[in-house]
Ligand binder design. Structure first.
Ligand code: SF4
Ligand code: SF4
Ligand code: SF4
Ligand code: FES
Length: 594
């Protein structure tokens, strides 16, 4: 059944479950909101979305009230107004109250350009604030800082979106409201530090937050100081998904590939050399694919091995399994992530090729992910005392850095790096989308096990945004069942499936973020009023699959530069030297570190 809604004079039809806000979205009427996040947080706490409904005395919260529940008996039409003096007064009053309990430091806040609170304060011309001295009470300020993210209660509007995202997207339920009344703040239970709270650094809370209250640990100053130090040779590398997301920060269409502009901007920022983590994504396939073939062929011979093999590229996922399912750590691939492999190869091979002391080479990576900051800082991520990666920035931080240098990013010429460590295949680039690692691995594993050169490389059952995807392929006469899961909240269901049927799956890809790295916690934040209208994950993933389709080489083992690296230095996949540089170990973590 459908109903008519006339909103500010615009007529739209909605289905019977539609809220007034849904109707407003269809009519393209912008209703202010801070707490609402579709399907995630629908607690109606901010009361900024109030509207007047003809025939009803009280103002209604448009985000939660359904059209059908406001209809007068016998009527199928609802008349709604969002711009009456009464509505505007109510919205302004609520905004003034929120502003009265906020510490405004917009000039140094990472959300200054897309803060949902600031946008509303401007839009409603809030010049008056109600509260104690019109500022946040500094004695109650809580700053909870880890080596991946930070939480600052002085920027929090207590909307609860982060708490809901942590529960419904991360599945970890780390965050909650602590204390009561004016002292209320958001953080891990019992005031634990984020690092000791079972947090997996997926950053879903950051993406959900309408303000700058939760953000990545800012490492731009560190990156700048490394680049500025003339004693160092600084090398850039970026993850696959950064190139289809960064353009959004400069007003470009979601999913636009801005790889060539990034390479140019990096040189303008003063880096000495440009490489690409896509190279190490191809290398990862050689290492992880070989690891899989080893375990799988042993299993066929009846030898005791740990299967399914679980992928190890996503550091949020690694923190998850270390904390919540450590009994499966032996199933985890021992491969380092592509970021760490890239760093290890740069320091232990490339530096020597360039005639440089590896201690003077500094690698700065740009990642879609805040967990990558934690990953790079793990004690395991070094070889003979030399760290693989020296500094990790998110996609957002790179954008801020470029903007501070007044680089006209949109109009930059494209450039192509010369380094062999920037060359990649289509398989390397799809790592950035859910299912991409599995598809890349299968392209190579299938060719190697069957000694064939498959021309049809698309393995579509592992693509798409279903929470758990499965595919069964016949490889070298054997049935191989693989699965792909993304979004940490879905991991438990995947483990339940493994437990129910321990021999079913041979290989499983896990990624901490829904949609994979394209939707990572370090990617450009899409404000909630835009996120309702577009599938961010699909749009950005499309950009990666386009690059793959257009690539001449689409299988990792076709990457000549990776194969040269084996010939010249690593000998063969999973060799002793490859293990020393490219593989790692894991630890069991307690949810709450005492
Ligand atoms: S959260 Fe928004 S209003 Fe507050 S300091 Fe940051 S940009 Fe300004
Ligand atoms: S980073 Fe992820 S796990 Fe940690 S608090 Fe945020 S949503 Fe929860
Ligand atoms: S930290 Fe952000 S998302 Fe969480 S309650 Fe505060 S303002 Fe809302
Ligand atoms: S109450 Fe509707 S957006 Fe907050």
């Amino acid at each position: 059944m459908e109903f008519k809604v006339i909103i500010n004079g615009i007529e739209v039809m909605v289905d019977e479950n539609a809220t007034i806000l849904d109707a407003a979205n269809i009519a393209k009427v912008d209703i202010p909101r801070l707490c609402f996040l579709k399907g995630i947080n629908e607690n109606s706490s901010c009361r900024l979305c109030v509207v007047e409904v003809e025939g009803i005395k009280t103002l209604k919260n448009s985000c939660s009230v359904k059209v059908k529940d406001c209809l007068q008996r016998g009527s199928d039409t609802l008349v709604v107004k969002t711009n009456t003096p009464r509505v505007l007064d109510a919205v302004k009053h609520n905004l003034e109250l929120i502003a009265g309990n906020h510490l405004f430091e917009c000039w140094k806040c990472p959300r200054e350009h897309n803060c949902e609170l600031l946008r509303l304060l401007r839009k409603f011309n809030i010049t008056n604030v109600i509260g104690e001295d019109a500022t946040f009470s500094m004695k109650d300020r809580v700053q909870n800082i880890s080596n991946a993210m930070q939480l600052d209660s002085s920027k929090c509007v207590l909307c609860g979106r982060c708490i809901a995202a942590c529960e419904k997207l991360a599945g970890t339920k780390v965050l909650g409201f602590n204390y009561r009344g004016s002292k209320t703040y958001v953080g891990p239970a019992l005031n634990y530090l984020i690092a000791d709270s079972g947090c997996i650094y997926c950053g879903k809370c950051i993406q959900a937050c309408p303000t700058g209250a939760i953000k990545e640990k800012d490492d731009i100053a560190l990156a700048e100081s490394l680049v500025a130090n003339k004693e160092f040779y600084t090398i850039f590398c970026m993850a696959p998904s950064v190139r289809v997301a960064l353009g959004e920060e400069f007003g470009m269409k979601m999913g636009t590939n801005v790889e060539g502009k990034i390479y140019t901007a990096i040189k303008e920022l003063g880096f000495d050399d440009v490489t690409d983590v896509n190279f190490a994504a191809d290398l990862t396939i050689m290492e992880e694919g070989t690891e899989f073939i080893g375990r799988f062929t042993k299993a066929l011979k009846g030898e005791e091995v740990k299967l399914p093999l679980l992928t190890s590229c996503s550091p949020g996922w690694i923190r998850y399994i270390e904390t919540y399912y450590p009994e499966y750590l032996d199933n985890l691939s021992s491969c380092k992530s592509p970021q760490q492999m890239q760093g290890a190869i740069i320091k232990n091979y490339y530096a020597e090729k360039l005639g440089l002391d590896k201690n003077k080479v500094k690698v700065i990576s740009v990642m879609p992910c805040i967990a990558k900051k934690f990953e790079a800082s793990r004690p395991e991520m070094e070889v003979d005392g030399v760290r693989d990666i020296d500094c990790v920035l998110t996609t957002r931080e790179l954008a801020r850095w470029i903007k501070r240098h007044d680089i006209d990013f949109r109009n930059l010429e494209d450039s192509i790096p010369e380094s062999a460590l920037a060359k990649y295949t289509g398989a390397g680039v799809i790592f950035g989308a859910t299912g991409g690692v599995m598809e890349a691995a299968l392209r190579t594993v299938r060719d190697i096990l069957e000694s064939k050169d498959y021309k049809d490389v698309d393995i579509t059952p592992v693509r798409g945004t279903d929470n758990i995807k499965e595919a069964t392929l016949t490889v070298a006469g054997h049935e191989v069942t693989v699965a792909v899961v993304h979004g940490a909240v879905n991991f438990k269901e995947m483990f339940d499936k493994i437990k129910e049927n321990p021999n079913k799956y041979a290989f499983i890809e896990f990624m901490g973020c829904t949609g994979g790295c394209v939707n990572g916690g370090g990617q450009p934040i899409v404000p909630s009023y835009i996120a309702d209208t577009i599938d961010v994950r699909a749009e950005r993933a499309k950009g990666l699959y386009n690059i793959d389709e257009e690539a001449t080489l689409r299988k990792s083992h076709e990457n000549k530069f990776v194969m040269d690296l084996y010939k010249e230095f690593l000998e063969e996949p999973n060799s002793h030297i490859a293990h020393k540089l490219l593989h790692t170990t894991y630890v069991k973590r307690d949810k709450y570190n005492k």
